[in-house]
Write a protein that binds this ligand. Structure first.
Ligand SMILES: *Cc1c(COP(=O)(O)O)cnc(C)c1O
Length: 379
């Protein structure tokens, strides 16, 4: 089955009771038993729920995996991965990681004796130099947020295999429409399905997908034991979102390209970060591992003025000033005052998050309206 068919049919079967084309929302915590243990595969909804299972099968199908798991948020999914580890274990991760993941690693799991190394991952040899006998996991994100760096998943997977480590990839920004980490050698792929998979800014959900049965069993055990699952209504919303993922992503990519090119030629813009440009430092890797370049773009203005950046994001009318990304509507964010405000200026500027950096999640509106909106806001 091709990707554009999998988004609609992958892992799905028609409802056995009445033939409903969409899986019903099984809004129930428990299931009747005819005799103790005499049930139809469902006992209690923390462990299994038919609507959630339909979503988990869809996750597995679109990421070319065998097993999917759905969680109450993207961070709950990452939390389950780190619970595979023990005190003393070490993790190598990226230095411009999603802020919430960084907070989970440093403010929660470091207290449990797990050690994290945050490094630039563009060079796999450098990653390998951080491997020691305690290393258990490489956790990567590509493209990164908000600097749009690209990490070579296949090169990381060679390091992971050589040293018998797990490789996990947060595929939230790319989605499987653009990049399929399991095919590139990753062991675990993770999503904040809150973003592109859900696609409509109306739900918070996380996903994991794996191929290996034993790894899946350990993760299902943690999912049930820790209990950070999502409800049936939210599962339904993400299932509905996935059915249009391929058509939405196609438009996100087209609009992203149009907006990136417009900004690149704007006299007031200093630099545009988008992996589709040949001048992007990792463009060759992006071309190799991604099918297109997506709708996430960051840029800085000439003069790098904090107040001017605030004025631009306030003036936008079609782009909404908001956290998050990946919905049908265009959003803009100012990392220095929003997502990265808690990081000292000197620290954030080291990774490129300058005062005037603006991040766009380009939606699927008409590209000419989006460009006109930027034109009037930038002035
Ligand atoms: C939003 C996001 C997360 C966290 O997901 P939630 O659903 O908000 O918990 C993790 N990684 C990336 C790249 C994200 O954008």
């Amino acid at each position: 089955m091709k990707f554009n068919t999998k988004t609609i049919h992958g892992g799905q079967e028609h409802d056995k009771a009445y033939g409903a084309v969409m899986p019903p929302i099984y809004q129930t915590s428990t299931y009747a038993q005819s005799t103790p243990g005499g049930h139809k595969g469902y006992e209690y909804s923390r462990t299994h729920n038919p609507t959630r299972n339909a979503l988990e099968n869809a996750f597995a199908s679109i990421e070319n995996g065998q097993y999917g798991l759905a969680f109450g948020s993207g961070l709950a999914a990452i939390d389950a991965v780190i619970k595979l580890l023990k005190p003393g274990d070490e993790v190598i991760s990226t230095n411009d990681l999603y802020g919430g993941t960084y907070r989970l690693f440093t403010k929660v799991f470091e207290d449990f004796g797990i050690k994290f190394h945050f490094i630039g991952m563009e060079n796999a040899d450098k990653v390998e130099s951080f491997v020691n006998e305690n290393t258990k996991l490489i956790w990567a994100e590509t493209p990164t947020n908000p600097m749009m760096n690209i990490i070579d998943i296949r090169a990381l997977s060679k390091v992971a295999k050589k040293h018998n480590l797990l490789l996990g990839v947060d595929n939230t920004f790319a989605t499987p429409y653009l990049q399929r980490p399991l095919d590139l050698g990753a062991d675990i792929v993770m999503h904040s399905a809150t973003k592109y998979l859900g696609g409509h800014s109306d739900v918070v959900i996380g996903a994991l997908v794996v191929k290996d049965e034993e790894l899946a069993e350990r993760l299902y055990f943690i999912q049930n034991a820790s209990g950070a699952i999502c409800g049936p209504q939210d599962s339904f919303l993400v299932l509905r979102g996935i059915k249009t993922l391929h058509v939405r992503m196609q438009r996100h990519c087209e609009n992203g390209k149009a907006v990136a090119e417009y900004l690149e030629n704007h006299p007031k813009i200093e630099k545009v970060y988008w992996p589709g440009f040949e001048s992007h430092p990792n463009h060759d890797v992006a071309k190799k591992q991604m099918d297109d370049f997506g709708g996430m773009i960051s840029f800085v203005t000439k003069g790098n003025d904090y107040d001017e950046a605030i004025r631009i994001v306030e003036n936008l009318k079609i782009f909404t000033l908001a956290e998050s990304l990946g919905g049908v509507e265009s959003l803009a964010g100012h990392p220095a005052s929003m997502t990265h405000a808690s990081i000292p200026k000197e620290e954030r500027e080291k990774t490129g998050v300058l005062d005037s950096l603006i991040r766009l999640s380009v939606g699927i509106e008409d590209a000419s309206d989006l460009i006109a909106d930027l034109e009037q806001a930038i002035g």
